[in-house]
Design a protein around this ligand. Structure first.
Ligand SMILES: [Zn+2]
Length: 414
């Protein structure tokens, strides 16, 4: 389906580089872990820097460690940017984020080598952090670009070993006092290629998707207070067991999301009890809820319903219940014009793409505050992601990269 004038990408180089990047942070038992500012993270960013230099681009590391490769445009103006994140979850796969980075390098360097200088400034970026897997913060790289970092954040946030984000930055030669220098106000359009991380494209096709909406996500913390008692001497009907209350709430929360219907989802992902003794009735249970919906009003409704079912379950068991919102990010509509460019690019590659809602968060949603943003999805085999089995067929990796290249060509060269 390739048109005569289309720009060819080096398919073997693309696939080889994905394998090479997957060696950085590979775990002995399978899967990989590239956490922000760790040696494997640094090794990955150095590898991408080398590729960008090899492609003739001007390479720099910004104040938070995002790696940029740039070519000036003959007409100047605002930049056309593509990329994704280079960090991973613990035990993650080889494509989440990495595909968008490697494809960005391939697309930009192929365009420059075959068409020469673009009209618009063209850049590929490896965003330093998206997953929040080392520090209890996420979208660190994209938030730095979009000027969304809180003033004391780097010195406040710590990893599991107690190391502050600021100290971790110093450890890799970055100066936390210069974070604001990473802000970009001159990006016109950002296009991100990403794996779907769900089963829709693989099961129902076609082989490419464009994202219309990225769902809003709320994170709640629920604290259930009962009474700690002796596990042997306290009869069952005298107990105020906080964990039993939390268990009833967990079931009711799942039911609330099910009743609302797709795309509502709610997940209790962590739980802890106090005093956490084998022979003591739990006096306190704390758990978190991740609740998502693409419609902002419906997300608010879902949060209200979750709060209500927790209170009801608590009342029935004479338990105290506090529900606290840790974070609430609204859903984001991606830019219509940029998405139209992405769709035309997919069509030029022979595929009328599916319009999709992304249930997962992406750098694109943060950058949509600073630029016109579009996203292209390729299928995930079995819908699997954030696991070692995460995979996409080689022909779909190639197809997605060709579509990205075509979109960048329209944006930067026409
Ligand atoms: Zn990702």
């Amino acid at each position: 389906m390739r048109t005569a004038e289309s720009v060819a990408i080096d398919e073997r180089r693309l696939l080889r580089r994905l394998d090479e990047l997957a060696q950085r942070g590979a775990l002995p038992g399978g899967g990989l872990y590239r956490a922000l500012y760790t040696p494997s993270h640094v090794a990955a960013t150095e590898l991408v820097s080398d590729w960008l230099k090899e492609g003739g681009l001007l390479v720099r590391r910004d104040a938070v460690g995002n790696i940029w490769g740039r070519i000036e445009g003959s007409r100047g103006g605002r930049a056309i940017v593509t990329g994704s994140h280079i960090d991973t979850v613990r035990g993650g796969g080889a494509l989440d984020g990495a595909l968008g980075v490697v494809a960005a390098v391939e697309a930009v360097t192929s365009l420059v080598s075959q068409l020469g200088r673009p009209n618009r400034i063209l850049e590929a970026v490896a965003i330093c952090e998206e997953e929040g897997s080392r520090f209890a913060t996420n979208f660190w790289g994209a938030r730095a670009i979009a000027d969304r970092i809180e003033p004391d954040e780097a010195s406040r946030v710590r990893d599991a070993d107690g190391i502050t984000l600021a100290d971790a930055m110093r450890g890799v030669g970055l100066d936390p006092s210069t974070i604001a220098q990473a802000v970009r106000r001159d990006i016109d359009t950002f296009v991100e290629l990403h794996i779907e991380q769900g089963p829709i494209l693989e099961e129902d096709g076609p082989r490419l998707g464009v994202v219309r909406t990225i769902v809003g996500t709320a994170h709640l913390e629920v604290v259930v207070r009962g009474q700690p008692d002796h596990a042997g001497a306290t009869a069952m009907d005298r107990r105020r067991d906080a964990l039993l209350g939390a268990a009833a709430m967990t079931l009711a929360i799942a039911e609330a999301a099910r009743e609302m219907g797709p795309p509502a989802v709610a997940t209790v992902g962590t739980i802890s009890v106090e005093p956490a003794q084998l022979n003591v009735v739990p006096g306190v249970a704390r758990f978190t809820v991740d609740a998502r919906h693409s419609d902002n009003a419906r997300r608010v409704e879902l949060i209200a319903e979750i709060t209500k079912v927790c209170k009801v379950a608590g009342r029935e068991r004479e338990l105290g219940v506090e529900v606290r919102t840790l974070r609430d990010r609204p859903s984001v509509q991606l830019n219509e014009r940029a998405t139209d460019v992405a769709r035309r690019a997919c069509v030029a590659c022979g595929v009328e793409p599916r319009e999709m809602t992304s249930g997962a968060g992406h750098d694109a949603q943060v950058l949509s505050a600073a630029a016109h943003v579009a996203m292209i999805f390729v299928p995930s085999i079995g819908g699997r992601s954030h696991c070692p089995e995460e995979a996409t067929a080689a022909e779909d990796v190639i197809l997605g990269t060709r579509a990205l290249t075509a979109a960048l060509r329209e944006l930067a060269y026409s």
